[in-house]
Structures are given as C-alpha cells and as structure tokens.
Write a protein that binds this ligand. Structure first.
Ligand SMILES: [Zn+2]
Length: 200
C-alpha cells in the first residue's frame, strides 16, 4: 500500500482539495506551506475566513455579496436606477464594473440554468428580480450571462419570462469568447459587448 498522510495534515489537504480550482497537488503544496508558515500567518488566514463568514452576506435586494444590506450599489443615488444588469455570480459584477461602461444596478442570480447539474430556474434568485421589476422604475434589463450553453439557456428563459412585462430586455453583443466565463473576457471586449447590446 502506498504511504499516505493521515490525521491533521491529510484533513487539511482534503479541505484545500475540496475548494474550486485547487487540484490534489496544489492542495498538498498549500497544506505543507501552512505547516511551515508562522503562527501569525496561519492565524491571519483563519481570521480572514472567520470574518468573511461572520460579516459578509448577500444583499436582500440584488443578491450581491455585501457587509450591509441593501448593499452600497443598491442605495447609491448616483447610479442609474432605471437599468438592471443581470449576472450569474458576484464576481461578474466586478467584471462589469471594470469596464467602466455601466452605471446602473445589478441583480445576481447565483448561477445559471444547468440541467446536467440539476440547477433549474427555481434554484436561482429570480423571484426577487420579478419583485424588483414590479415595484421599481426599471426600464431596461440587461442579461449579461456567461457566453456558454448554461448562460444561453438562462438568457432564453429570462427573455421569455420578462418579455410580457413590457420592459426592454437586452443581451450582450456577440464577440465574447464562446464557451467561457465573463471573467475571462478583457475589459475592452466586455465593454464593447455591453455598449453594443441588443434586444434579447
Ligand atoms: Zn444590492
């Protein structure tokens, strides 16, 4: 039998390996790094995780991550409250912000429709979007989902759902790298896709 780590070090390796984007080798490297790190450095990581779990929450209005709900974007009077940009994840809000092309509000769905992973419309933050559209002065909804199959499916679903409400529904112009994630598009390409948006 191959020699395996056991006890605390293996638990730490397993914990890192369960995180997105970290494979078994990376998990092992980080675990051993933490083993040789100073107590202070290890404590900083523990404190950062604890603080995030205690303080950070999801905005009751838009679903983005925040420390106060409603979040600063939702209550900012300098932003254009007549347009909502719908994205999959909080990181997509950052991608759109980096383009400096957009000054409206956001709505974070928390994912995309994906039958293979058993994610349907009921699993997404859609009811709150409908609520917002009924009670606010929104004139346009921009569907800025990932340029992949799940994003396309979600865009189609939402454009059919929102169409009858009489609000302008647009989607990003094509030109983004197909099959990928918004976060991999550079600011200029994403900014152009946003500026060139068309009716969904
Ligand atoms: Zn918000």
């Amino acid at each position: 039998m191959a020699l395996a780590y056991d006890g605390a070090i293996q638990r730490l390796i397993d914990a890192f390996a369960s995180l997105p984007g970290i494979g078994p080798k990376g998990a092992q490297r980080i675990a051993f790094y933490m083993l040789s790190a100073s107590d202070e450095e290890a404590q900083q990581l523990i404190d950062a995780i604890t603080e995030v779990k205690e303080k950070v929450r999801f905005c009751d209005v838009c679903g983005n991550v925040c420390e106060t709900s409603p979040c600063p974007v939702c209550v900012d009077p300098r932003r254009d409250h007549s347009v909502i940009c719908v994205v999959e994840e909080p990181k997509d809000v950052m991608s759109i912000e980096r383009t400096r092309e957009y000054r409206g509000l956001y709505h974070v769905l928390g994912g995309a429709i994906n039958p293979m992973a058993n994610v349907g419309p009921a699993d997404l933050n859609i009811p709150k979007l409908l609520e917002r559209l009924k009670t606010s002065e929104v004139q346009e909804v921009i569907l800025a989902l990932d340029p992949n199959i799940e994003g396309e499916a979600t865009t189609t679903y939402l454009s059919r759902l929102l169409g009858p409400l009489g609000i302008k529904v647009t989607k990003l112009a094509s030109g983004l790298p197909v099959g990928s994630d918004l976060e991999y598009a550079d600011e200029i390409t994403l900014g152009r896709a946003l500026a060139g948006r068309r009716e969904a």
